[in-house]
Design a protein around this ligand. Structure first.
Ligand code: CA
Length: 238
């Protein structure tokens, strides 16, 4: 397996759809692994540590939600893109307990999937030029090299999307960002996703970061604008 190509694990029980996706990814220079069920997917994820997982929700036995949760626990930094049928609840797919990075509604154009994978891989590349390997803000610290995030020197595990968002906020503390700006910074200008993805990820970060996620002290909602990192109350301003 070439080391420099991104490994993508495609998890879909319908062989014709899985092959179709696999062929298109292969043509676009990805190394493709295939799994027809959740158990096999977990086994392959463990063995090959793919960079990206394309995961169908509807799978026999263990469904895509369960697979997503387990893979996220095993590989905190993998990018997970869920495939859904129309009408499946996007909030659930992106939900706190699952940790998916993105989703696509079937049927979709395979080139769109390739674009989404690339946008997710490019995450953090744009917008915020950073010269150091660490960004600190009050009790928060982002280790860019190790892709780790700490609060009071205790690690908080973030998904790649959550990490990229914290990078945006911590590079520009107290600046209010619109949802569009956040989306452009994190996924790049050519990404046309659902702005709700931003809200879902913010909610997820708050669950991990805030003492009381319903009364956030760190990431503040700026009405009519979007969000900003305001910092903990009582902390010295600079
Ligand atoms: Ca399926």
């Amino acid at each position: 397996m070439p080391a420099n190509k991104t490994k993508v694990l495609v998890v879909e029980d319908e062989a014709s759809i899985r092959k179709f996706i696999a062929i298109n990814l292969h043509r676009n220079d990805f190394v493709v692994l295939e799994a027809g069920d959740g158990e096999t997917a977990l086994e392959m994820a463990r063995r090959y540590s793919p960079g990206v997982i394309v995961l169908d929700v509807m799978l026999p036995a263990m469904d895509g939600f369960e697979v997503c949760m387990q893979i996220r626990r095993m590989l905190p930094q993998v990018i997970i893109i869920m495939l859904t049928a129309r009408g499946e609840d996007m909030d659930k797919i992106m939900g706190l307990e699952l940790g998916a990075d993105d989703y696509m509604v079937k049927p979709f154009n395979p080139l769109e999937l390739v674009a989404r994978i690339r946008a997710n891989l490019r995450k953090m590349a744009s917008c915020v030029p950073v010269k150091t390997n660490c960004i600190s803000f009050q009790q928060l610290r982002l280790d860019l090299e190790g892709q780790r995030f700490y609060k009071d020197e205790e690690e908080i595990e973030l998904t790649p999307t959550e990490f990229a968002m914290m990078k945006v906020f911590m590079s520009n503390p107290r600046k209010a960002f619109s949802r569009n700006e956040i989306m452009n910074c994190v996924w790049g200008q050519n990404y046309f996703g659902d702005l709700k993805t931003v809200d879902v990820n913010i909610r997820r970060i708050r669950e991990k970061l805030e003492e009381d996620p319903s009364a956030p002290q760190w990431i503040e909602t700026v009405w009519g604008v979007g969000y900003r990192l305001k910092g903990a109350a009582g902390h010295a301003q600079y």
